[in-house]
Design a protein. Structure first.
Length: 114
């Protein structure tokens, strides 16, 4: 069974940057399309970005121009580089298979202050 572990979150001021990482045990990620999602308090989980097994990325409109998704298959890790962060980016960020079909990890908290 795959276990996903997200890390790299924290508190930053608006305009700052963070790089989130997602690693997995029990599964090699290189064969899968992977996604990043986020959930703010009181809101539904929403799609942020995805990257195909071949490295093609897709970004939600809210992330375009600010976020970049990448992967390092040698490290079995997927990344989300977030720049120009806004307070509305505050949420718990999760990674998962692109369809969100695996068990969810604990996520990593991102808090952006104005």
């Amino acid at each position: 069974q795959v276990q996903l572990v997200e890390s790299g979150g924290g508190g930053v001021q608006a305009g700052g940057s963070l790089r989130l990482s997602c690693t997995a045990s029990g599964r090699t990620l290189s064969s899968y399309n992977m996604g990043w999602f986020r959930q703010a308090p009181g809101k539904e989980r929403q799609f942020v970005a995805s990257i195909s097994w071949s490295g093609v990325s897709t970004l939600a409109d809210r992330a375009k121009g600010r976020f970049t998704v990448s992967r390092d298959n040698d490290k079995n890790t997927v990344y989300l580089q977030m720049n120009s962060l806004k307070p509305e980016d505050t949420a718990v960020y999760y990674c998962n298979a692109a369809g969100g079909t695996w068990s969810w990890g604990q996520g990593t908290q991102v808090t952006v202050s104005s």
